[in-house]
Design a protein around this ligand. Structure first.
Ligand code: AMP
Length: 472
């Protein structure tokens, strides 16, 4: 997961990109970078850490030019390598090409093989670097033609912004897995992962890019084109963006994330009401909005049973059991006076491994909660994501290995229920346009052949059979 931004035709393009990244911080906390171009030189600053820490005043001053792209990176294991921070940049025929990418490509093995056989040398282990190699190879004719030829070779999930000389390009893959929106700021345009970045910049939200749309912005001129149609591709926007990942004040996939989460909570209450309860509470912040929808639907009081500490930063201390526990506890602290002797409905957005949920429930019990009924505002997550959400392998996904009753026992709740898949899709405005493979195993785009190590044997066999019929 990552956040991306592109800024065109602004005298302080890099500063605008920097400020926009603040609003996209939740999409990636590990590292951030910005590339800008002043028609003579490309300037790039990349650093580990939060956006506010990654750029100082002097480094921002050096990022000259009227076009810029920026990126914030999600931490995944083994990736804390400075080389892997985006934007990735290269020079070709005296002009820069830089890329900031959100999503995961699925045909990287084939592309690496082909490109390396043809002489490409890769500097990083990021699939995003592939874009640059493809772009320089197809560079012939109009920019629309060669960008389109390059992207035709790529499969999987990508919302991407390119800086190509003084042109900013934004593209959403044909399935539209990840969000990307377009805004207007003064005499230029902004591309951003989520609309909350436009709000912060006081830019006008124009629209989301369509799946398969490419936008070329040069100066104050904007052109929109479509990627060539790619076989059986269906629109498959990531439903988990709505459940957990995107910010609730963003509008993505033609809906408002806050309202979607409330509707999920309300649907959850219809499917799995707990009537004999003193109050509903959320696991903050991820469960807040579904808890509100749940409580409103049943007419139950909504209480705040845990307080989140927002000032944690990174704990670079070596993990010991005490410190692992400390990390979980430092984030959320229970309010004993609220919980003592009470029958509580605890709403959470999702369960992945189950380990955090188990710790949270233990904390609530120790604080005196008498009964704990847990309700989850999405179905059980049983399958890994190959399109950019950082889920562990199927072996580690608790719902792939345990029944709901067994999970309830593991987490130590009095009852546990999940929202149904039909219920979830039913509250979406465009229910046919989502990817929900993490719940169903129906992968809309063929998953990489070398990824079966992330799947349990039975799923690997099923997926291999089914992938044959998938066009992309
Ligand atoms: P756990 O009980 O350990 O499965 O943790 C559940 C919490 O982790 C929930 O608040 C989830 O929203 C949150 N979460 C959501 N997506 C992820 C993810 N990709 N990786 C780790 N945790 C996630």
């Amino acid at each position: 997961m990552c956040g991306i931004i592109g800024v065109s035709n602004h005298t302080e393009a890099a500063k605008i990109a920097f400020l926009g990244l603040y609003a996209l911080q939740h999409r990636g906390e590990e590292a951030a970078g910005i590339a800008s171009y002043d028609t003579e030189n490309i300037h790039v600053v990349k650093n580990l850490g939060l956006v506010a820490d990654a750029f100082g005043e002097p480094s921002l001053q050096g990022l000259k030019g009227t076009v810029a792209i920026g990126h914030c990176r999600y931490s995944t294991t083994g990736s804390s390598n400075i080389k892997n921070i985006q934007p990735f940049m290269a020079m070709h025929k005296g002009k820069p090409i830089a890329v900031a990418h959100n999503g995961n490509l699925t045909n990287t093995e084939e592309l690496y093989k082909k490109l390396e056989e043809e002489g490409s040398i890769f500097q990083t282990t990021m699939d995003s670097e592939i874009f640059v190699h493809l772009l320089v190879r197809t560079r012939n004719g109009t920019m629309k033609d060669w960008v389109s030829k390059a992207l035709e070779q790529v499969r999987g999930a990508y919302s991407v912004v390119f800086l190509i000389g003084d042109t900013i390009v934004g593209v959403r893959d044909p399935s539209g897995f990840r969000p990307l929106c377009l805004g207007k700021l003064e005499d230029g345009y902004i591309l951003a992962s989520e609309s909350c970045a436009l709000d912060l910049l006081k830019a006008q939200f124009l629209r989301e890019l369509e799946p398969g749309e490419m936008i070329f912005i040069k100066g104050n001129q904007l052109e929109s084109h479509r990627l060539p149609s790619m076989g059986t591709t269906r629109i498959a926007q990531c439903i988990f963006e709505n459940v957990y990942f995107a910010r609730p004040d963003s509008n993505i996939f033609n809906d408002n994330v806050y309202e979607v989460r409330k509707r999920l909570g309300s649907q959850l209450a219809k499917e799995h009401p707990v009537k004999e309860a003193d109050f509903v509470m959320a696991i903050p912040d991820s469960g807040n909005y579904a808890a509100l929808g749940y409580a409103t639907e049943l007419g139950l009081p909504l209480e705040v049973g845990m307080i989140r500490n927002h000032y944690i930063g990174r704990t670079f201390i070596q993990p010991s059991q005490f410190l692992r526990d400390f990390r979980v506890r430092v984030k959320l602290n229970p309010i004993r006076n609220v919980l003592k002797g009470k029958r509580v409905v605890v709403v959470e957005d999702s369960i992945v491994r189950g380990t955090t949920s188990r710790s949270r429930i233990e904390v609530l019990r120790n604080a005196g909660a008498k009964e704990i009924h847990m309700r989850i505002s999405c179905p059980p997550i049983k399958y890994p994501c190959f399109y950019g959400i950082d889920f562990p392998s199927q072996k580690e996904l608790i719902a792939a290995n345990k029944s709901i009753a067994e999970i309830a026992k593991f987490i130590q709740v009095d009852s546990l229920e999940y929202l149904s898949l039909e219920g979830m899709l039913g509250v979406m405005k465009q229910s046919g346009n989502f990817c929900f493979a993490c719940f169903s195993g129906d992968y809309p785009v063929k998953i990489p052949t070398n990824q079966s190590k992330y799947l349990l044997e039975e799923t690997a066999l099923k997926t291999a059979g089914r992938s044959e019929g998938l066009g992309t």
